[in-house]
Structures are given as structure tokens and as C-alpha cells.
Design a protein around this ligand. Structure first.
Ligand code: ATP
Length: 492
């Protein structure tokens, strides 16, 4: 946070006089601003609707509870200063306030003064949009969280081993200072001593908080690359980059991995792959629900998402059904424009995995070089992949794959997706279960013959997808013709 706030004196020198600090953490940011003002010789004033302007030698604050009156008052204050307005987003659109801000703007700049609106909601009237500089205040960093925890442990005389201390700090990243303190207080109230079970509770609490307040879901990846059938090229690519976030990779001269775009047929393992990335790299996985993001204040939601992802970094940010963003971005693509800029310029190790089923809505600039490290096309599984997928799911349901002729089922299931193969096994098991006997090969064969995969009815869409992908994306699967050539060749 301090790094962002340290920019304010330079902004004042460059005559930026209207600032907007976006943060859900009023108290913490306010403390930081006060500290920064003291260090830089800036007088600090604070306005709230309930108190009016408070600050150095200012009498009758009550009279300045009205925002327009407060702005009027500011005009008579001399010397370098920062005026923090805390509830201004609710009245910033009133003509008396907007007009006053526009009139004040040049005067403030000349006096090395600025008004800073501090709010968790971004509300800037159109006529002031170009005058405001928006600062995104990050959530507590690793260092800040460590400080909070160390102070608490010391006051409670609790001794924590270094690795558990680190684990608590990591588990707290992505939360606000208040949320962190509340979670720690709960551990204490429960009479616990910051042991491993408390850590699991904290992680649960974080998952709950992220889901409730934002569009993000904190997912504990229970899926590894071993749970994915096929997609050999994609898995190799990921394995090669396994240590991509390490200092060793930086020292070797490698750039930080940026992101992966997975385009493909429904139910063929895109989501599974996003989870496997996080598992393989042993970093947290955050899923952004794009559709939900655009039902609310999308710009704020996106900033919030970036703030959380960066505070948790290294992390994987999974953007599911990214195409929905372009269909729903009513701001003429402005929100997603901001996202693309972030992707291009991000400095924190947040690896983006974007998945899409549709190509029509994708703007070309999304896939321009430099945004994603690679674009993979996930097609329907070929026969070898179907065999692997069947094997995985038969095993998962507690059966031994060599009890069945799965190759035969794989031959019978052309155009089936991975999800449909999984469903096939479940349906066959129901058949056996209702007949009160064990699962048999003929159950599998019957379900395979009776099912019509979605790809048959969606043939045109599939063709369109493949045509679009051919010149733009790498196949996620190893080339099947080569495999079958070698298989045939070996068999002779
Ligand atoms: P959608 O676009 O509909 O979200 P998707 O490509 O993300 O589809 P997944 O959610 O990964 O598909 O697949 C759904 C389920 O189907 C998975 O949870 C898994 O059980 C099974 N499945 C799909 N593909 C594979 C695969 N390649 N290997 C093993 N299981 C698979």
C-alpha cells in the first residue's frame, strides 16, 4: 500500500489535484495516508458527512458537513495539503459538488493541494472523468500480514514455528486487514493456539469471504494432471513451465509465465486443465465468474479481482467463459480494455487461464501476441484419449479398468466428449445397480450405443470452431495421425 501512496506527493508536484483511491479498507488506507502526509510535509484534512472537515486548526467543522460547503471552505486553505473525502461518492454527482470540483481543480494544483476521494465504490461523473486519477490501493501484502500476526502472537505469548507462521500469512493473503484480524480473533476466541486445524479453518473462511463479496471463487484444486485423459501437448507445455514462477527461472533469464488461452469443445477438459495448472504449480486457484461480474458494477469488480489476485500471487486466475465478457461489456469494451492492459503490463506473478467455448465474440486484440503465452485448442478426444479418459473414470468409480474391454468402448464412442464418457460410465453403473448386480461390459456397450453425443447435433458449430482454431491455436492433443501411424507400424 505504501508504494502506491508514496506516488501522491509526486502527483501533487505534477499538479494532479483530483485523486480517487479505490479500496474497501477505509481505516487502513486512512492511516497510511496520514503517515504519508506527515512524512512529506503535507497538511492532512479529512471530510466525512457525519463530522464535516477535520484537520489542522480548523474550527466549526459542523458547518462543513454539507459537501458543497466543505469544498467552499477548502478554497480558503493555503499551503500544500491533502483533503481526504470519505463519503463523497454518494453526492459527487450533485451539480453543486461537480461544479465546485471543476472550479477548484486548477486552484488546488497551483497550491500543491489535492482532494482525494476514498471509497470502495468508483463513482466519477462523466464531466470529471478526465480530471480524476484513480489509485488502486492493494490489499495487505505479505509483509503487512506478517506484522499483524507477529504483533498478535507476541501479545498472546504464542510461539509459532516458522513454517506454520508462513502458512498462516499465505492463507491470509487476499483478505482485508479487518477480515484478517477478525479471523485471527476467532481462532483465539475458540481457545485455539494457531495450530494446523486453525489453518484449515482460516482457508475455509477465506474461500467463503471471497465468494460472498466478490465474483471470485477460491478453489482448492483437487485435480492433478493425472486426472486428465489425453491433452498430451498441453500437459507437456505445463510440465515444462512447472518451475516457471521460481527465482531460478528468473535467474536463468526466463520471463514470468503470463497466461494460457484454452479454446474448445464443451466438456473436454478445459476446466479440468485450469485446476491442474494450479495443482501442478502448487499455487492457489481463483475462478472469476465473468457472467456474474457483468451483472454488477463490472469495472469495480474487475479492479477488485485484480487486487485480490495480485495480493495472493503467485496464483492462477481462471477466467471461465471469457467470451461472455465481450458479449456483456456494455461500456463499449472499456472494462475489458482495462483487463487487457493489465494482462499486458502486469508485474505480479498472476497466471491467467482463460477458457472459451465460443469464438464469434472474441475480439482479435485478446489473442494478440504478448497477452497469452500460448493458445491451445481442446478438441473432442481421439480414440487414444477416450481410452485414457474411460480408464480414469472407471478407476475413480472404484472398478479395475482391466476387468473391461475399454478399447472397444473407445471405438464405439466417436465424437463423445470427456464429460459424456464420464456420464456413460455413471449411466451404465445405474443400469447394473438397478438390476442388483455388478457392472458389466455389456452395460457399457449398451449405453454407448444408445447415447447421441452433443457434437453430432452441433456439427456446424464444431466445424466453425475448428476452422477458427486451425491457424490460431496449437492442438492440446498430440497429433493422432502420428500416434496411429506408429501404433500400426509397431503392430506390423
Ligand atoms: P465446459 O466448457 O462445458 O465448462 P470443459 O471443457 O471445461 O467444459 P470440464 O468441466 O473440464 O470441461 O469437464 C467436465 C467433466 O468431464 C470433468 O469434471 C471430468 O470429470 C470430465 N472430463 C472432461 N474431459 C476430460 C478429460 N480429458 N479427462 C478426464 N475427464 C474429463
Amino acid at each position: 500500500m505504501d508504494e502506491v501512496l508514496a506516488r501522491i506527493p509526486h502527483m501533487l508536484a505534477a499538479r494532479y489535484s483530483l485523486l480517487y483511491a479505490l479500496s474497501p479498507e477505509e481505516e487502513r488506507v486512512e492511516r497510511g495516508i496520514e503517515r504519508m502526509c506527515a512524512q512529506n510535509g503535507l497538511a492532512y484534512y479529512r471530510w466525512r458527512h457525519t463530522t464535516g472537515i477535520r484537520g489542522a486548526d480548523l474550527a466549526d467543522a459542523e458547518a462543513t458537513r454539507d459537501p458543497a460547503a466543505a469544498l467552499e471552505r477548502i478554497a480558503s486553505i493555503e499551503g500544500p495539503a491533502l483533503f481526504v473525502f470519505e463519503d463523497l461518492h454518494t453526492s459527487i454527482g450533485d451539480i453543486s459538488v461537480t461544479r465546485r470540483l471543476r472550479d477548484l481543480e486548477p486552484e488546488l494544483g497551483a497550491r500543491r493541494q489535492a482532494i482525494l476521494v476514498l471509497s470502495s465504490t468508483l463513482v466519477i461523473p462523466a464531466e470529471l472523468e478526465k480530471d480524476f486519477a484513480v489509485l488502486d490501493v492493494p490489499l495487505p501484502t505479505r509483509k503487512e500480514v506478517a506484522r499483524v500476526l507477529a504483533v498478535l502472537l507476541q501479545s498472546q505469548k504464542i510461539d509459532l514455528k516458522a513454517d506454520l507462521f508462513e502458512a498462516f500469512v499465505t492463507a491470509s493473503l487476499g483478505l482485508t486487514e479487518k477480515e484478517i484480524k477478525r479471523a485471527y480473533a476467532r481462532v483465539l476466541v475458540d481457545g485455539k493456539r494457531f495450530g494446523a486445524p486453525d489453518l484449515a479453518l482460516l482457508i475455509d473462511e477465506k474461500a467463503r469471504l471471497l465468494r460472498r463479496s466478490r465474483f471470485l471463487e477460491f478453489i482448492r484444486p483437487e485435480v492433478g494432471a493425472g486426472d486428465i485423459g489425453g491433452l498430451g501437448n498441453l500437459k507437456d507445455w505445463l510440465r515444462q513451465r512447472q518451475a516457471g514462477f521460481s527465482d531460478r527461472a528468473r535467474a536463468f533469464g526466463l520471463p514470468e509465465p503470463k497466461g494460457l488461452f484454452l479454446l474448445g469443445v464443451q466438456g473436454c477438459g478445459k476446466s479440468l486443465s485450469a485446476k491442474a495448472v494450479a495443482d501442478l504449480w502448487r499455487v492457489p486457484l481463483l475462478r472469476l465468474d465473468v457472467a456474474a461480474l457483468f451483472t454488477g458494477r463490472a469495472e469495480e469488480g474487475l479492479r477488485d479481482t485484480i487486487r485480490i489476485a495480485e495480493s495472493i500471487a503467485p496464483a492462477v486466475l481462471w477466467i471461465d467463459e471469457i467470451e461472455k465478457a465481450f458479449l456483456q461489456d456494455q461500456g463499449g469494451g472499456r472494462v475489458f480494455g482495462a483487463f487487457l492492459t493489465w494482462m499486458q503490463e502486469k508485474t505480479k506473478p498472476v497466471f491467467v487461464v482463460a477458457t472459451a467455448n465460443e469464438v464469434r465474440a472474441l475480439p482479435p486484440e485478446l489473442l494478440r501476441k504478448g497477452r497469452f503465452d500460448e493458445i491451445f485448442f481442446v478438441d473432442l478426444p481421439n480414440i487414444h484419449e477416450r481410452l485414457e479418459i474411460l480408464d480414469i473414470h472407471v478407476r475413480r468409480r472404484g472398478r479395475e479398468p482391466d476387468q473391461f474391454d475399454l478399447l472397444h468402448i473407445a471405438e464405439e464412442t466417436e465424437k463423445f466428449s470427456g464429460a459424456e464418457l464420464e456420464q456413460l460410465i455413471i449411466a451404465a453403473m445405474f443400469m447394473a445397480f438397478s438390476a442388483e448386480r455388478e457392472l458389466r461390459q455389456d452395460d457399457l456397450v449398451r449405453v454407448a450405443r444408445d447415447s447421441v453425443p452433443l457434437a453430432v447435433t452441433m456439427d456446424d458449430r464444431l466445424k466453425e470452431l475448428r476452422e477458427w482454431a486451425r491457424p490460431r491455436a496449437r492442438p492440446a492433443s498430440v497429433d493422432t495421425r502420428r500416434i496411429s501411424f506408429f501404433a500400426d507400424w509397431e503392430a506390423t
